[in-house]
Design a protein around this ligand. Structure first.
Ligand SMILES: Cc1cc2nc3c(=O)[nH]c(=O)nc-3n(C[C@H](O)[C@H](O)[C@H](O)COP(=O)(O)OP(=O)(O)OC[C@H]3O[C@@H](n4cnc5c(N)ncnc54)[C@H](O)[C@@H]3O)c2cc1C
Length: 510
């Protein structure tokens, strides 16, 4: 395997490379609109598009730049095959609701394709079958249950015992007629349309609060008020909690992707291995050439140990499966997961009539972002929507999820205190250039990064969101919070929320 990564742009996704189309100003005055959308990823853009289809005037704000969050780092399979999921979902919410879940996602998939066709969007859309596969006997059992669920739910499917790229598999389950695309080409085309429709877009504008009322106002870090009839939180982790206790109900999960030239082409299809560590495969176009995206190695954010080991895991798997000629890009990001694995889409809490949220897509946000757009559009228009009760964030949780909930919180609580009292003997001198870690400095523990030219950047490792201890991510050179997924730069600036304030830098640097 070649591991030289020649010409590779570190930590920038294949989608983001060369797709930066717009730059928007920051908000500099108080403004009003029908709908204020916070967050400019696929959820915010899809919601804005839907609102304008319904004749509403929209403002979108983003804390950084549009499409640079999780959306810019996805693998962009447009599918209702959400891993091995439906057998469990039927047990959890019953057959009628599970059918509605599939229907909602299939409609969302069709909506994306219809928009691409209607607006003649060139975004490398390709119809493909989506495969789950296993090399283990225990996996075959799981897949057989999932096949049974597909039959009961009426999902078009195929069962296979061989795949063209890997003779060793024991079984595979295909969901037919799914799709893949270039997410940023699609979303940039939607942004073109939004601008034509008069949508006002602002970047470098962080929402920090909402003044609730008949006309809720989003308050920005710069102190401006954006007042609307409705507010939609599309900020990935909800920027405003409104006593919804979201910080106890969702957690971030990190995943990695490698884009590579391979010696053997990936046979037609999109693939997801269900054995651990799970690996995903799809093709993508890169400067007119077909390359392969190898994804997976997921874990809770900040809890995966050495990040480079996960990239190596992907590359070893990619090399064994298709032969890697050259790695072009590597990137990682996280997505939010809810306690019962079903997204939260709808009113922020049952007391909020005009503040909505869409989050917790569990790495399947291409379709679920569009489920969110139409569902929230219907709620705003006072129309009934068959999917409301499945996705409402106010849904009751069953006992088993309460247990998981407690376990999750125990995990978060452990992360809150873990490391706080741990001593370290490591000092600045122990760090090599280009390396970061927790060190002891002037008898205090702090986070340090030593740059290639020897400059040292020190930060307080207490996350400014809820006080967990951040961990060093050596691949992306960020400080990552294991509790709710905030990420900070080497100088402590917020790279990704929910944290809104930078890490403290109360130390004098070298
Ligand atoms: C590695 C990986 C692979 C994936 N592959 C797939 C796949 O194949 N298919 C699929 O369906 N899904 C996939 N997903 C999931 C999908 O990419 C996500 O669910 C989706 O991109 C989330 O989009 P979003 O708009 O909700 O969040 P984001 O894209 O993160 O957008 C949120 C935006 O909100 C902004 N923001 C945050 N806080 C504030 C604030 N306070 N004020 C203003 N703005 C704020 C951020 O700057 C950001 O731009 C994958 C996820 C991962 C991690």
């Amino acid at each position: 395997m070649q591991q030289e990564h020649k010409g590779m742009e570190q930590a920038k996704s294949l989608w983001l490379a060369g797709s930066q189309k717009y730059s928007f100003p920051a908000v500099s005055e108080d403004l009003t609109a029908d709908v204020i959308i916070v967050g400019g990823g696929i959820t915010g853009i899809a919601a804005a598009f839907e609102m304008t289809e319904r004749g509403l005037d929209v403002i979108i704000i983003d804390a950084e730049q549009l499409l640079q969050g999780t959306t810019g780092h996805t693998t962009a399979k447009i599918t209702s095959q959400h891993d091995v999921y439906y057998y469990e979902l039927i047990q959890q919410i019953g057959m009628p609701k599970a059918r509605l879940y599939v229907e909602a996602n299939e409609k969302a998939k069709d909506l994306i394709q219809a928009r691409i066709k209607e607006h003649d969007i060139d975004c490398q859309l390709e119809i493909k079958d989506a495969y789950l596969y296993t090399k283990e006997e225990s996996g075959v059992k799981k897949l057989k249950k999932e096949l049974d669920a597909y039959k009961q739910l009426g999902i078009d499917r195929e069962w296979k015992t061989k795949l063209p790229f890997d003779a060793d598999i024991k079984a595979a389950l295909a969901m037919t007629n799914q799709a893949q695309f270039h997410p940023l080409h699609y979303l940039n085309a939607l942004i073109d349309k939004l601008l034509e429709r008069g949508v006002r877009i602002f970047e470098q504008t962080t929402a920090v609060d909402v003044k609730e009322g008949n006309r809720p106002a989003v308050v920005t870090k710069s102190g401006h008020h954006l007042t609307g009839r409705y507010v939609i939180s599309c900020s990935h982790f909800p920027f405003y909690d409104g006593k919804g206790l979201y910080f106890t109900r969702i957690h971030p999960e990190q995943s990695y992707v490698v884009a590579a030239r391979t010696t053997k082409p990936l046979p037609d299809g999109m693939y997801l291995g269900i054995d651990q560590p799970a690996h995903s495969l799809r093709t993508a176009e890169w400067h007119g050439e077909e390359v392969v995206l190898i994804g997976g190695e997921g874990h809770k954010t900040g809890q995966g140990g050495d990040e480079s080991a996960h990239y190596e895991g992907l590359e070893t798997f990619g090399d064994a499966t298709l032969g890697i000629e050259e790695v072009l890009y590597r990137w990682s990001t996280h997505d939010m997961v809810t306690m019962d694995q079903i997204p939260y889409i709808g009113r922020l809490t049952k007391h909020h009539q005009n503040i909505f949220v869409a989050t917790g897509f569990r790495k399947w946000g291409m379709t679920t972002s569009h489920v969110a757009a139409t569902l929230i559009g219907d709620l705003i228009e006072g129309k009934s929507n068959p999917y409301e009760s499945i996705f409402t964030p106010s849904r009751p949780v069953t006992d088993s999820f309460v247990k998981d909930f407690v376990k999750e919180n125990a995990n978060v609580a452990a992360k809150l205190i873990s490391g706080k009292f741990k001593r370290t003997d490591q000092t600045i001198d122990d760090l090599k250039p280009g390396e970061g870690g927790i060190i002891s400095y002037e008898h205090k523990k702090c986070g340090a990064y030593k740059s290639e030219d020897g400059n040292v950047f020190l930060v307080d490792t207490t996350c400014t969101h809820l006080g967990c201890e951040v961990a060093w991510n050596n691949s992306d050179r960020t400080w990552d919070c294991p509790c709710h997924g905030s990420r900070f730069s080497i100088t402590g600036e917020v790279v990704e929320g929910p944290a809104k304030k930078p890490l403290k830098r109360s130390y004098k640097e070298q």
